[in-house]
Structure formats: C-alpha cells, structure tokens
Design a protein around this ligand. Structure first.
Ligand SMILES: Cc1cc2nc3c(=O)[nH]c(=O)nc-3n(C[C@H](O)[C@H](O)[C@H](O)COP(=O)(O)OP(=O)(O)OC[C@H]3O[C@@H](n4cnc5c(N)ncnc54)[C@H](O)[C@@H]3O)c2cc1C
Ligand code: SF4
Length: 559
C-alpha cells in the first residue's frame, strides 16, 4: 500500500491490482472467479479485488429468484459438490391473468410453458448464492472488500480509467470532517470492471462521459418490491412458482407482473414488479403490492404466515436495443450495469454471471498478450455477440416495447406469437424511445387512487416494512440523495405531479411536510433501500443517487 496526496490535498492510501471490480453481485463475483481460474490455468499471477457497498456480500442483493443455472454450469461445473445453495428445483409453473381483485384466469400449462420455461431452474436466494460465490472467489485468491462503496472513478491525464476511490468515512452533513474521519482508498487497476447492477451510480457517469449509449435505444426500468414470508408447512410446496399479471396494476393502465415462489425451509418469496413508465402520479407501487397480496390466489398461502423481510430494487427492461457500448479506455461494464436483464423471463442473474465471465476472459486475454492496461477492450462486445446471452436477448427483444406500445392485452398476444411461438425470429425490432420519467401525466388530469388501509397481517405500511429490511445509514453524513435544484420538488413537482416521490419511493424517504405553514420536502435518507427508483422516475431528473458511506443501506438476509 502506498500513500498519495490528491488534487484536493487529501491524503489517501493507494493499492494496485491488475483488475478492480466494483460490485459483489453475481456479475462481479463471476468475473472475479473466472479471472483467477484463468490466471491459475495459465500459470500467471493476476491480482483481483472486489469492492462491495453492502456491509457484507449479499446484504444489498435482492432478487426473485428463479435461477437458470446455465452460467453457473460453465463457471463451476461441480457446483453441486461445492455446496452451491441451489437446493429447490422448480416443480411446477402456474401463470394467471388477474381479471379483478377476486377473479383470475389460469393459462393452460401448454401455453404457459411456451412463455415461461422453468424446467431445470431453481428457486434460490440470490443473496445466498452471492455469499457462496464470494467464498469460491476468496478460495481462488480474490480480495473482497465489503463495506466499501466505490464513489469516484479515477482517470489518468489521458482520460483513461485507472480505478476507483472508495468514499470518505466520517463526514458531517456539510462535508466537514468528524473525529475518526477516514479518507477513501484509491484502488488502481490495469482494468476496472463496473458491475454495480441496475442504474449503477458510477456506470451512469461513465455512460455519459464516454457517450456509451450514443447508438443505443432508450433504457427502460421497472421497480421490483419483494417480501419474504415464513408460511404454514401444510401450505408449502417446494419448487412451486406462480406468476400473475393484470390486476391490480391494470386498474390504472399500468403494466408489470407479480411472482410467488416456494423456496426451502417453508419460506416463500413474493413480489410485484411495476413498469416505471406508468402515467398516473397517484400510483404507489408499494401499495399495489399490498393490494395484490389480498387476491384469493395469493392470500391462501399467507394464512397464519409471518413476513420476515422486505426490500426493493430497480430492474432494467430495455434489453438488446438499449445496450450501451460495453468497453472504454481502461474499463468495461457487465451484468445489469449494462442492462443484460432478460425482462420477459424476469431473469438476469444468469446473464449477469455470463457477461461478467466474458468480460473476465477479454481482460485476461489482453493481460496475457502483454497489455499494460488502460486500453479499450474491443474484443469484449463481439464475444458477447457470439455468446448465448445475445441469442436470448435477441429472442425476447420485442416483448417489453410491445407491452408499452400496445398495452397489456394486445401486447401479450403479440409477445406470445413473437417470443413464445416464433422465438424472436420475426424480421423486425420494435423501439420504445420515450424515457420512463417522461410518462407521468399531470395530477389534475388523473383519477386519485384510494388504497385500502393495511390490515397488519397480510398488508403493511411502509415504515414497518423498512424496519424488517434492517436498513441503516450513519445519520451524520452528506445526503446521498442529491437534488440538482432544491426548489424543484415544491415549485414544480408538487403542483404538477403531487410530488410523486412520496408514492414511488418504496421506503417513504420523501415526505412533504408543513413547516410553519410552508410546504417542504423532507428527505429521510437513512431509510433508503438503494433501489434507485428516484434517480430513474423523477419527472425532471432532478434527483441524483450517489453512494452513501460504505456499509450503509439494507442488510438483507436471504433475499
Ligand atoms: C424483484 C426482482 C426479482 C428478480 N427476479 C429474478 C429471477 O427470478 N431470476 C433472475 O435470474 N433474476 C431476477 N432478477 C434480476 C437479477 O436480480 C439481476 O439481474 C441480477 O441481480 C443482476 O446482477 P448484477 O451482478 O449485475 O447486479 P446486482 O445483483 O445488483 O449486484 C450489484 C452489486 O454491486 C454493489 N454495488 C453497487 N454499486 C456499488 C458501488 N458504487 N460500490 C460498491 N458496490 C456497489 C451492490 O451493493 C450489489 O451487491 C430480479 C430482480 C428483482 C429486483
Ligand atoms: S430514496 Fe430513492 S433509491 Fe432510496 S429507496 Fe427511495 S426511491 Fe429507492
């Protein structure tokens, strides 16, 4: 470790690696494992570190989740022997269209299996899979630093990426130093892989700086809100999966879908995914989930059950059309940072792993052929195009734009034909250029939505939900939810949209309060679940999510 003095006169420690990876999700960890596997195979030393903002690996991971083990089979063909936590094979798939709050239509199994293919997949906790992947990575010689958020991209004089700096610890709200202040650490690499997941904070800067989305279509997003329940063993059917669409989102012409998966230990994961192109600013994705649980097809599993965890995370939906350029001088993007989610399948962990592995192979090839680093790895993108990830995303490319253009019913019929029957071979690609933040209508033109009061056994309020996410931030630190214009929430968002952040934020972070007769926006940043929805959906893009002090945020168990 060396010590350096930055341009701002801060003294920071510096550590050097061959490869620095940001984010210990499935993508970053698979990349780290692959680099070390190739390093051992080639009898050469390639050093790798991974920084993770969660207090431990898995603390910020939230997913459904059904895992398609394609990438895992390639990374660790002996994963069963190594004890990977994939213990519950999918045993049955049910798909419903909820026509109303009491009614539903079940898709015949044959039709359903053309759309959702879960044979050979597993019901998992992605958090636990990441914890296991981290053990494999460490055994291969990877250094993992949980509790450290990458807060700054480092560049050399030529503008090439040379690594990242972790955030300072021990700053007050106004940015001055508290007792015990610790400056961030600089981690320098010949190559830096950014695997922060959907709407990564550094990824957003890189996409803009290197104009990586110059030739890409518009990225779209959804918000996934999930709960974990311990249910009556009599009602538990390990491996059973249920997907629904339609009600309650359809009542307000919003789209998305919901899931309920029977995992192990009498637990079920359930959640609602709300497409963020909805238009009614009264809509609250959190309250839509609370309503959905009261549908008879769902509520029957929750009799006598206990909710044990809660969380939320944004998901990319743009698919193939929205992929940015994947490499730039000194760096690469992988996983949901780049947008490799297969939205119609609601699966992105296998594509995140595979793209991490392909990025790893490009980096190792470059290092083995004598690269000193900081090059643009042009081989990475063609390698992705040759992989099964590209084929998968190509097959499903029209589904999300079709839903946006034609609505849920016609969009589903179109998607069934295009994706389910023709496997994406129809000779056209639909585009969807309108950004999600532009879709809100003015509140005066929309019908209010009356959400029922939570009953405290199936439905809950936001605060008791955030409580069981174990979210915690050091209170005395600069606010990580930065407003570009302090006046906009009250002067613009409130009159036009009723300040929608109060409703789209699944953690109740944004509140309009009355202070001596004057309305103000109060930001309860300590409750933030790091889902990134405010960064995506604010109608004037006024909110910039930046990483708070490392270790802050949710502490999810097996989400
Ligand atoms: C509700 C929901 C249901 C889903 N269901 C499924 C499913 O059933 N099957 C499936 O395959 N996929 C599913 N997905 C998608 C899947 O979870 C993602 O595709 C996958 O997690 C992406 O992996 P990733 O490694 O790219 O990013 P992530 O899993 O998001 O991991 C990124 C990691 O980087 C860390 N990080 C971010 N920024 C920084 C920073 N600046 N410094 C340090 N660390 C940082 C984060 O804390 C996190 O640990 C679902 C997603 C959601 C939200
Ligand atoms: S403040 Fe933003 S990132 Fe945090 S939970 Fe709310 S919407 Fe999500």
């Amino acid at each position: 470790m060396t010590t350096i003095i930055t341009a701002k006169n801060t003294v920071r420690d510096r550590m050097d690696y061959d490869v620095v990876i940001v984010g210990a999700g499935p993508s970053g960890l698979s990349a780290a494992c692959r680099i070390r596997q190739l390093s051992v195979q080639n009898n050469t030393e390639i050093s790798v570190c991974v920084v993770e903002k969660g207090s431990e690996v898995g603390a910020h991971i939230l997913s459904g989740a059904l895992m398609q083990p394609t990438a895992l089979n390639e990374l660790f063909p002996d994963w069963k022997k190594r004890g990977a936590p994939l213990n519950v094979p999918v045993s049955s798939d049910e798909i419903y269209y909820f026509t109303g709050k009491e009614t539903s239509l079940r898709f015949p199994s044959l039709l359903a299996s053309r759309v959702i293919h879960n044979e050979g997949n597993y019901v998992i906790s992605l958090g636990n899979v990441c914890r296991w992947l981290a053990e494999q990575a460490e055994a291969l010689g990877v250094e993992i630093f949980p509790g450290f958020a990458a807060s700054e991209v480092l560049y050399n004089e030529q503008g090439e990426v040379t690594g990242i700096a972790t955030g300072d610890m021990g700053l007050t709200q106004d940015g001055s130093q508290k007792p015990g202040y610790q400056p961030g650490i600089e981690l320098h690499g010949k190559y830096t892989l950014f695997s922060e997941g959907c709407r990564g904070h550094l990824g957003k800067q890189l996409i803009s700086k290197f104009n990586l989305n110059k030739d890409a279509g518009t990225q779209h997003y959804a918000l996934g809100i999930k709960e974990l329940w311990q249910i009556d063993p009599e009602l538990h059917q390990p491996g059973k999966t249920i997907h629904s669409f339609g009600w309650p989102l359809s009542e307000n012409s919003a789209t998305g879908g919901a899931f309920l998966y029977h995992a192990d230990n009498n637990q079920i994961s359930l959640g609602l995914i709300t497409d963020l192109n909805y238009s009614n600013p009264h809509l609250s994705p959190f309250d839509e989930l609370q309503r959905w649980k009261h549908h008879p097809q769902i509520k029957k599993y929750l009799k006598g059950a206990k909710r044990i965890s809660y969380g939320a995370r944004a998901i990319n939906k743009g698919g193939l059309q929205a992929l940015p350029k994947l490499s730039f001088p000194g760096g690469l993007l992988s996983g949901c940072e780049a947008g490799f989610m297969n939205y119609p399948k609601i699966k992105g962990s296998h594509t995140a792993m595979k793209t991490g592995m392909v990025a790893a192979e490009s980096i190792v090839d470059a290092l083995l052929s004598g690269s000193k680093g900081q090059e643009t790895l042009h081989d990475y993108e063609p390698a992705i195009k040759r992989s099964w990830v590209y084929k998968e995303l190509h097959e499903s490319r029209n589904v999300a734009p079709a839903m946006h253009r034609f609505g849920m019913i016609l969009g589903s019929v179109f998607s069934f034909l295009d994706y389910g029957i023709f496997k994406g071979k129809l000779p056209f690609t639909l585009q969807d250029p309108q950004e999600d933040f532009r879709s809100l209508k003015q509140i005066s033109s929309c019908s209010p939505i009356e959400y029922p009061k939570p009953d405290g056994s199936i439905s809950f309020d936001k605060l008791s939900s955030v409580f069981i996410s174990n979210t915690n931030h050091e209170e005395e630190q600069p606010c990580h939810l930065q407003l570009k214009d302090q006046q906009k929430p009250i002067r613009h968002n409130l009159p036009l949209y009723g300040e929608p952040a109060q409703r789209y934020c699944p953690a109740g972070v944004y509140e309009i309060v009355d202070n001596a007769g004057e309305q103000q926006l109060q930001i309860n940043a300590q409750n933030c679940l790091h889902c990134k929805t405010c960064d995506i959906k604010d109608p004037t893009q006024n909110i910039n999510w930046v990483s708070p002090e490392g270790g802050g945020g949710p502490n999810y168990p097996n989400m």
